[in-house]
Write a protein that binds this ligand. Structure first.
Ligand SMILES: *[C@@H]1O[C@H](CO)[C@@H](O)[C@H](O)[C@H]1NC(C)=O
Ligand SMILES: *[C@@H]1O[C@H](CO)[C@@H](O)[C@H](O)[C@H]1NC(C)=O
Ligand SMILES: *[C@@H]1O[C@H](CO)[C@@H](O)[C@H](O)[C@H]1NC(C)=O
Ligand SMILES: *[C@@H]1O[C@H](CO)[C@@H](O)[C@H](O)[C@H]1NC(C)=O
Ligand SMILES: *[C@@H]1O[C@H](CO)[C@@H](O)[C@H](O)[C@H]1NC(C)=O
Ligand SMILES: *[C@@H]1O[C@H](CO)[C@@H](O)[C@H](O)[C@H]1NC(C)=O
Length: 562
């Protein structure tokens, strides 16, 4: 989701199917019980099979729209191979699309970062004219499985008594409104590098799974009517369902259900945390890699979002909205989110008794989470650099941006925020130098840093944490260091080795050991001094987290009051 090369964009969205597969006949078939699924591709260089678009839930359409996912129906009439395109309906707020434009220029290595120029570049950028309704389908609850040939063969030869290999499950981000398991609008999440490293570091490597989940209004419509006649946070329920699919089926591919690592970034990094919080909750995985964990501070939808959605559909109830054609609902979602004011995505995870009883920060602080889960967590150095309005240059304008992005932010809170917590002092002592970078500080804490801090502190120091600081360290910049992404500027080699070794060793051994230039490097745990590995342009150093705890305490009080 990085550089927007419009020619490539047209290609990746319009092509109805995936890239040229290897001859179908010889590819292996896995019997899932409810369906027979054949690998779509075998790469002779990497010796990895890809099973694409395995259905993990029924089409969430008509009566099932805006409800928790339902198990797939039995469909054994034909062998499925997943050659069709499966991307959930989505949307990009116009304000957000502007921030994607300058990122490549500013993250190309060697260029010193200039904050003022960055702010100006986003202000000057045109919104990306991307039609997010194209090539998407509501019948999108599918996942991909990438498995080394030798593992699959062993599993098929010894269906019983086979000791499975670790599994890494990827949950993409995109503000709960955008993205897909393979990357959207371009296929940027290619796991070949981390999988190859997995086989280098351990005999067997690991199996990689990537999931889709419902986005925007489809996954995150909320309010009294949804509570009464549907399910809130359907997109998070989809994720839980996909993880349960992994628990029940991954042994068929050679994976161990008790060695599953959930890895997610941004909205994905926040939602996988939602799967491990709540009193007595057992997470459907044993380890988590939470990158830039995002969550709206008041876990609520903007006032009137539900009503506006129904009104865009010209209906007056959810029941009527369920009767509409996909195309009309897809368009309404895309238009409503597209028009969101700066820093708002309209739809996202909300407080919900069944799926997220309080803000993550609160539940971690109270100790209400699955403490058996091992944690690797991260943030980028300039998280907020994506989430501000470059045209908001006065105090009043800043206040407006905050109330646009964070629902239920009343005047009392605004005064505290603007006068005491992030005061209008621009000499650099507060971490900002103008009203735009002030928003960057506020939103960085509000959406990311305080979640990161709460998670690490809740583990009583056992977590391992890193900060991705390759200049400028903006949100999403780390993705092209984990995945093979030909659409972003080339990754700096040492930083990439550091990140990839941490992720891979954590997935296969449960410890994020660093291996750079063939040399092992210690990755200390968070401990009592909040240690983290900072990954920079020239490799990594151990530092102490600089997240502002005083400010996070203020945000926690707000989280508690929700
Ligand atoms: C996948 O299945 C479809 C429908 O059965 C078929 O048309 C297509 O040729 C298959 N592709 C491969 C690579 O086997
Ligand atoms: C196989 O994977 C390698 C490594 O990612 C890639 O460079 C190559 O293009 C792939 N081959 C095919 C035929 O897709
Ligand atoms: C940073 O960018 C601004 C706006 O383009 C420019 O005026 C300023 O000179 C730049 N600063 C440096 C140190 O290059
Ligand atoms: C709702 O009604 C308006 C005005 O008649 C029309 O332009 C629009 O296409 C309708 N929307 C849907 C989803 O039917
Ligand atoms: C921020 O906005 C206030 C007015 O609301 C103004 O006084 C102040 O100078 C602005 N700060 C900067 C650095 O422009
Ligand atoms: C403002 O919101 C906070 C947090 O939700 C709440 O505690 C407080 O009572 C509200 N104040 C007013 C004046 O509504």
């Amino acid at each position: 989701m990085r550089s927007f090369n419009l020619a490539a964009l047209a290609l990746s969205i319009s092509s109805g199917s995936l890239a040229a597969p290897t001859s179908g006949r010889s590819l292996p078939i896995v019997d899932l019980g409810y369906e027979l699924h054949q690998a779509l591709n075998y790469n002779e260089t990497t010796e990895i099979y890809t099973f694409s678009n395995i259905r993990y839930a029924q089409a969430p359409t008509s009566k099932l729209r805006f409800r928790a996912p339902a198990p797939p129906l039995v469909d054994r009439g034909a062998v499925r191979n997943g050659s069709e395109h499966r991307t959930c309906p989505q949307a990009i707020p116009a304000w957000q699309s502007k921030a994607f434009v300058p990122i490549d220029e500013f993250s190309a290595s060697g260029k010193p970062f200039n904050l003022t120029a960055w702010e100006q570049a986003i202000e000057d950028a045109p919104p990306i004219p991307i039609d997010t309704t194209k090539g998407t389908t509501e019948d999108c609850l599918f996942l991909d499985v990438h498995v080394p040939k030798k593992i699959l063969e062993r599993a098929q030869r010894h269906p019983k008594g086979f000791h499975g290999v670790p599994v890494l499950v990827w949950v993409h981000g995109g503000g709960f409104v955008l993205g897909s398991k393979t990357g959207y609008p371009q296929p940027t999440y290619n796991p070949d590098l981390i999988m190859q490293k997995g086989q280098e570091y351990s005999k067997d490597g690991f199996i990689y799974v990537a999931i889709n989940y419902r986005l925007g209004a489809f996954g995150f419509l909320s309010g009294p009517q949804v509570l009464q006649d549907g399910d809130q946070n359907a997109g998070i329920l989809d994720q839980r369902f996909a993880f349960e699919w992994v628990q029940h089926n991954i042994h068929l591919f050679g994976g161990a259900p008790d060695r599953v690592t959930a890895m997610g970034e941004s909205g994905g990094g926040g939602s996988i945390l939602a799967l491990m919080v709540g009193a007595g909750v057992k997470a459907p995985f044993s380890q988590v890699i939470s990158q830039s964990p995002a969550m709206n501070p008041t876990i609520a939808a903007p006032a009137g979002a539900f009503e506006e959605f129904l009104s865009r559909l010209n209906v007056s109830s959810l029941a009527e909205a369920r009767e509409l054609d996909s195309a009309a609902v897809i368009r309404a979602n895309s238009e409503q989110v597209g028009a969101a004011p700066p820093t708002s995505y309209v739809f996202g995870a909300v407080k919900d008794a069944k799926s997220m009883p309080a803000h993550l920060d609160v539940l971690f602080h109270r100790g209400e989470f699955d403490k058996s889960v091992k944690v690797l967590s991260s943030v980028n150095t300039l998280e907020g650099g994506f989430f501000f309005d470059p045209t908001a240059k006065t105090d009043d304008a800043v206040r407006k941006v905050i109330t646009n992005g964070i629902p239920n932010f009343n005047a009392t809170l605004l005064d505290e925020l603007a006068n005491q917590i992030y005061p209008p002092i621009f000499d650099g002592s507060q971490g900002y130098t103008d009203n735009q970078s002030r928003q960057i500080s506020i939103n960085g804490d509000a959406y990311f840093y305080c979640n990161f801090l709460a998670l690490n502190e809740a583990t009583k120091g056992a977590a391992h944490a890193y900060e991705f600081g390759v200049s400028p360290g903006v949100h999403t910049q780390d993705l092209a260091y984990t995945f093979d992404d030909p659409y972003s500027p080339p990754a700096l080699a040492q930083a990439r080795e550091t990140l990839v070794s941490a992720i891979t060793n954590f997935a296969v051994y449960g410890r994020p050991d660093l291996i750079v230039d063939g040399q092992a490097k210690h990755f200390p745990s968070w401990g009592s001094t909040k240690q983290q590995v900072t990954i920079g342009d020239r490799g990594s150093t151990v530092t102490h987290s600089a997240v502002n705890e005083k400010r996070c305490a203020w945000w926690r009080a707000l989280h508690e009051s929700q």
